[in-house]
Ligand binder design. Sequence first.
Ligand SMILES: NC(=O)c1ccc[n+]([C@@H]2O[C@H](COP(=O)([O-])OP(=O)(O)OC[C@H]3O[C@@H](n4cnc5c(N)ncnc54)[C@H](O)[C@@H]3O)[C@@H](O)[C@H]2O)c1
Ligand SMILES: O=C(O)CC[C@@H](O)C(=O)O
Length: 524
Amino acid sequence: MYRILVADAIKPEGLGPLSEASNILLIQKTVEEAANELDQIDAILVRSATKVTEDLMNRMPQLKIIARAGVGVDNIDIPAATKRGIVVVNAPDGNTISTAEHTFAMMASLMRHIPQAYASLKNGEWKRSSYTGTELRSKTLGIVGFGRIGGEIAKRAKVFGMEVIVFDPFLTADRAKKMSVTSLPLDKLLPKADIITVHTPLTNETRGLINKEKLLTCKKGVYVLNCARGGILDEDDLYEMIVKGHVAGAALDVFVEEPPLGHKLLELDNVIATPHLGASTKEAQLNVAVQVAQEVLTYFEGNPVSSSINLPAISKEVFEKVQPFYQLVQQMGSIASQCMKEGIQEISVTYAGESLDFDTAILTKSLISGFFKSRVDASVNEVNALLIAKERGITVGEKISADSLGYSNLISLKVKGDNRELTISGTYIENYGSRIVNLNGFKIDFHPEENLLYIQHTDKPGVIGNVGKILGDHEVNIATMQVGRKEAGGEAIMVLSFDKPLSDNMKQFLKETEEITFMALISL
Ligand SMILES: NC(=O)c1ccc[n+]([C@@H]2O[C@H](COP(=O)([O-])OP(=O)(O)OC[C@H]3O[C@@H](n4cnc5c(N)ncnc54)[C@H](O)[C@@H]3O)[C@@H](O)[C@H]2O)c1
Ligand SMILES: O=C(O)CC[C@@H](O)C(=O)O
């Protein structure tokens, strides 16, 4: 049974797939309310209120996945989660439209003083001339951060007859052209814009991105908006620039500290604000809940998730292509690791064949996690596998080869240890499953079963019979046996599978067969 803590207000209708699953228990409590059961929690679902710090993660030793019902993950300590092998997923586009619409509503309200006029009217006043506004038409809108929300705002601005200029260091010329916007460096955008709205994530680079120095390069009378994350617009600098009359007004949905109780910016008449409402619509909340519920379910079904922050992003089409190889590579990594019980310097994997024609990074991570699971512990997964390899000074390489040796797909692994090397190749055959087709240069063909014994020996009459006899004498039933050799009388291998795990003692008995040069018990 997986225990999932729903720590923030997430729309229950969206959690249907989780509440219907028989192996999942949903616990709707805050972290404080669940204090006594944190050590049993497998997944946590949050919005922006709960801060998932390293300390909180330490109180949750079983935690496997953190799901953010929204976009921004600045309330989650991603490096700490990655180190622990905890997958972090979000709902990247479920609230895009709502936030774009909210930003637009804020912009119109700011330019027409709607909140101030409303408050005045409610106060019994009728001050029409005090609230003369400015049209949006023909104004230049500067969008800083041109991702999903930035793009939706541009579409709406164009319909209002605005000119749109954007700054985003990762924007391609192609997307700028498709969206009919002018892409400019930040220092060129700022002096041109009548209104500036920021839509970047909050990172070390974007914290304070728009500060006093930058605001001074803007037109006198510029309007600014922040419906992304508190701190992208430096709050102290913004306050000063408004008070000095350089900035005409600001619209803020987000703050460095939330709630921003007693914040000096809220005292200014030309600052309008909402309490982080960008994503607060029925539609967005349902969308994000459905998206994260599906991701968590996918994860607990043992399948790769599609919107992880600390794993490579993977589309539905790629997911379908990856799935057949996902377990095969983990098993290959695990076999290699159990056959190479020594210090490892290098692991390299080669992908060949048409059915492996996708970004194989996720497979390499899965393979490396399989390699480390038997060495480190079960908390190794695709999230932290490469980090663990790096920490241990192991180089991981990935190559694509045109030669799949006649297979429709072929994955080959080479592990270089302090004293030996090991190679292993596997393939996935539709309707037939995973096969290991080469081990240490020996052609072979076996299905990676749960309990295996790998023996390398001199090719002599009686060796196979002797191994069978020793196992039989100890009441061990052989389920399958595959043999391979390069040439008669040279080195040969056998791979045996069993219904039950083989005890370590059996290795001692088998070692008496002097032709055996190497042996490894493998459990998958
Ligand atoms: N107010 C709300 O309720 C609410 C709701 C949803 C999202 N958000 C926030 O809105 C922001 C944007 O969300 P999104 O879904 O559009 O994200 P996105 O990832 O689609 O877009 C962000 C864009 O910022 C760009 N960027 C990154 N670093 C930059 C830099 N240094 N300078 C300029 N551009 C940079 C990226 O290239 C990307 O195109 C995020 O901060 C998110 O947390 C707020
Ligand atoms: O949970 C919320 O309402 C805020 C969501 C928003 O800030 C986001 O980043 O998705």
